[in-house]
Design a protein around this ligand. Structure first.
Ligand code: NMX
Ligand code: MLT
Length: 436
């Protein structure tokens, strides 16, 4: 057993005991009152999930095991003094709840590079069977499902593994799956946009650096940006659509490939991860319609207003939980101000930031008028030469695997049961409201 697994089980067993004790001895404690409004507006604010990897505060934003994004940038191991933290370190932190050393990060990096070697050929065959015009998320998800033939978890379950040991094959599957996602994503990218001229992985590189390399970007600048992108998209507590869907499907003891695939189907929705692509279409259309890359603030305001007047959302703005500017937006803006102060798209993003919150506030209904992570991420990628918008959500997905799959290991460590909330029909709600 590798030392990460040993640590995990040492930390995990007592916590699993606590969960059992809470269920058994405190099962009748009332957690909160739930209103009809909450149920009918997407269960907002209803505490119904146990998640340990990260926690979201409406004003402050995300904390991973207690650490904010600026703290992670300071404390997680990096390859270079002025670089960005390695996602391997964030994975370690989310899994074990403690900051990793450089040796821990190297161990994970090497383990992922080794595990990445064994992708079954049929995963690539499945991708190749799809038309190149199929959205990268379709290709990505098909490959994820195809790789489930390799599931350790499924094999262990069929072999009659003890329930308390489920976390172990889950860990193995999660490590395999995470290690392979950059290869799959880069393969799809090069297939669709670079005439199938694929680039081999370089096992000496880190996980995010390798993704940039296999996509065809070998400068240290792009690798640095990719490390940041992979860290900030990794997790957003348990209730977001991709995390919740992964967790829900996992609760049926579906293997990590099935579970993550469910999460990725959710991420592909325009109100969730696909918003990063839609922001770029929205900005592109703005520039095309106005015939300039440098519109005036007034022109941006009119364009945004026309979007709202036609009953559409402004992508990249608003959030189901956040009530302030997303710190993931802020950190990308900082990064862009430092490394890309003259980039046209970043200047445009700033103009949009100047006018859209005010317009959304004027609608009187938008709960959070501030930008979310997607308002700038595509412009950052594009400014570094990764201009193919349809791959942006897939890159989000590669990163999101770190958080949601770590939580899946913990779900099995905790021994969480199948999830099955209660539903009611409209008459029941009418009766509750006292309708005749
Ligand atoms: N532009 C226009 N209208 C909006 C926006 C926006 N950006 N955000 C919210 N609204 C509307 C929303 O459609 C709803 O309208 P109605 O009552 O007519 O149905 C009203 O404001 C109230 O919605 P909220 O309670 O503020 O937001 P909710 O929690 O329902 O939805 C989002 C949250 C994120 C889905 C929503 O803000 C949105 O659609 N944003 C644009 C898409 C986006 O950027 N998604 C990415 C989120 C982050 N991620 O990566 O997942
Ligand atoms: C996310 O990163 O998952 C999004 O910001 C959506 C959410 O948290 O609901």
């Amino acid at each position: 057993m590798d030392y990460i697994k040993e640590k995990l089980i040492t930390i995990g067993r007592p916590k699993a005991e606590i969960v059992k004790k809470l269920q058994k001895e405190h099962g009748d404690k009332v957690v909160q009152e739930v209103t009809m409004g909450q149920v009918l507006s997407g269960m907002k604010g209803v505490v119904s999930l146990l998640t340990c990897t990260s926690k979201l505060d409406p004003d402050e934003g995300i904390r991973f095991r207690g650490y904010s994004i600026p703290e992670l940038r300071e404390k997680l191991p990096k390859l270079h003094e002025d670089g960005e933290p390695l996602p391997e370190g964030l994975f370690y932190l989310m899994l074990l709840g403690e900051l990793p050393t450089t040796e821990d990060v190297n161990f994970i990096s090497e383990s992922w590079a080794r595990r990445a070697q064994n992708i079954p050929q049929h995963a690539f065959d499945v991708i190749n069977a799809l038309p190149k015009s199929a959205h990268p998320m379709i290709q990505f998800n098909s490959a994820i499902l195809a790789m489930s033939t390799e599931s350790h978890f499924r094999r262990a379950y069929l072999a009659g593994a003890d329930k308390k040991d489920y976390w172990d094959p889950m860990y193995e599957g999660v490590m395999d799956l995470i290690s392979r996602l950059p290869i799959i994503a880069a393969y799809i990218y090069r297939r669709v946009f670079y005439d199938e001229k694929h680039i081999e992985m370089d096992p000496s590189l880190d996980w995010a650096g390798n993704l940039a390399h296999m996509m065809g970007y070998d400068s240290e600048e792009v690798r640095r940006m990719m490390r940041l992108y992979m860290v900030i998209h990794a997790d957003h507590e348990g209730g977001n659509v991709s995390a919740h869907a992964t967790h829900l499907v996992g609760s049926a003891l579906s293997n990590p490939y099935y579970s993550f695939s469910a999460g990725m189907n959710g991420l592909a929705g325009p109100l969730h991860g696909m918003a990063n692509q839609n922001v770029m279409h929205w900005l592109q259309r703005l520039m095309d319609e106005l015939g300039t890359h440098d519109p005036s603030t007034e022109q941006v305001r009119e364009y945004a207003k026309a979007t709202l007047d036609s009953g559409r959302v402004i992508p990249g703005y608003g959030h189901a939980v956040l009530r302030k500017t997303d710190p993931r937006f802020a950190v990308q803006l900082d990064f862009a101000n430092k490394y890309l102060p003259e980039a046209t798209l970043i200047k445009l993003v700033k103009k949009v930031y100047d006018v859209v919150p005010g317009l959304l506030e004027e609608t009187g209904k938008v709960k959070n008028p501030w930008p979310n992570v997607d308002a700038i991420s595509g412009s950052l990628l594009s400014s570094y030469g990764i201009t193919e918008y349809p791959v942006y959500t897939m890159l989000f997905g590669v990163s999101r695997a770190l958080g949601v799959l770590t939580q899946l290991i913990w779900d099995r460590l905790y021994g969480l049961p199948i999830e099955r909330p209660k539903s009611q029909n409209l008459d029941w709600f009418k009766e509750k409201a006292g309708f005749n």
